[in-house]
Ligand binder design. Structure first.
Ligand SMILES: *Cc1c(COP(=O)(O)O)cnc(C)c1O
Length: 222
């Protein structure tokens, strides 16, 4: 099933859009099946689970962290993480920088933007992210590279609302690119879209879609 799901989803992706297989809560066997189907990018949102899976999966997997990341846990993933989607504070950015330096690496990150109509979603508001970047402290973090933005839309059936939220993030990306990253071709990523809304997200410039259920089936939480 997993193999068929990945193949089917890939046929629906626009050119250049990369698929992040969100494998949280699923056992290693499920990840291995996806790997054998050619999948290389996996997204996880718990540090302990990620570390355990990284230890046993092939070394050419590209691991993405997609959930809220506590500063005291960055050290466990700094040596191998490819992209952290969920930077939501300057404090976290500085800690990633510190741990990346210790590992002799530069870690790519996305700034998470809060646009959904839900209290519980983490991230900077569009105003906060502009203020944070204008303050300029991030420029001293030479071991992190900010490569774009990540956002989650409101969990709703209202397609117009979802579209509007993704479009807000796309426009914000353009503004930030012009104001703060104009010389940097690496600031080009938009992580938007999950199982239920990735087709909409693609219409608004998404470059990374984070798909869980549609690949692996329902998650069983324990
Ligand atoms: C769980 C999760 C996903 C995947 O959600 P599905 O609905 O299973 O596709 C995507 N992004 C984030 C941040 C998540 O936590």
């Amino acid at each position: 099933m997993i193999t068929e799901n990945i193949q089917r989803i890939k046929t629906t992706l626009k050119p250049g859009v990369r698929l992040v297989a969100v494998s949280k809560y699923h056992p290693v066997e499920a990840l291995q099946e996806a790997y054998e189907a050619g999948q290389r990018i996996f997204g996880e949102n718990h540090v302990q689970e990620l570390v355990a899976k990284e230890a046993v999966m092939p070394k050419d997997v590209e691991w993405h962290f997609i959930g809220h990341l506590q500063t005291n846990k960055v050290k466990y993933i700094a040596s191998f993480i490819s992209l952290i989607h969920s930077v939501d504070s300057m404090k976290l950015l500085k800690e990633i920088n510190k741990q990346a330096e210790k590992c002799g690496r530069t870690i790519d990150v996305l700034l998470q933007i809060h646009v959904a109509k839900e209290e519980t979603k983490f991230g900077f508001t569009p105003e906060e992210v502009q203020q944070m970047l204008a303050e300029g402290e991030w420029k001293a973090c030479s071991h992190v590279r900010i490569v774009g933005l990540m956002a989650m839309a409101t969990n709703t059936d209202d397609q117009a609302q979802i579209s509007g939220e993704f479009e807000t993030v796309r426009k914000l990306h353009d503004i930030l690119k012009e104001r703060f990253f104009s010389g940097e071709s690496s600031f080009c990523e938009l992580s938007m879209g999950m199982s239920g809304d990735y087709t909409i997200a693609q219409e608004h410039g998404s470059t990374l879609v984070r798909v869980g259920n549609k690949i692996f089936g329902e998650r069983i939480y324990h």
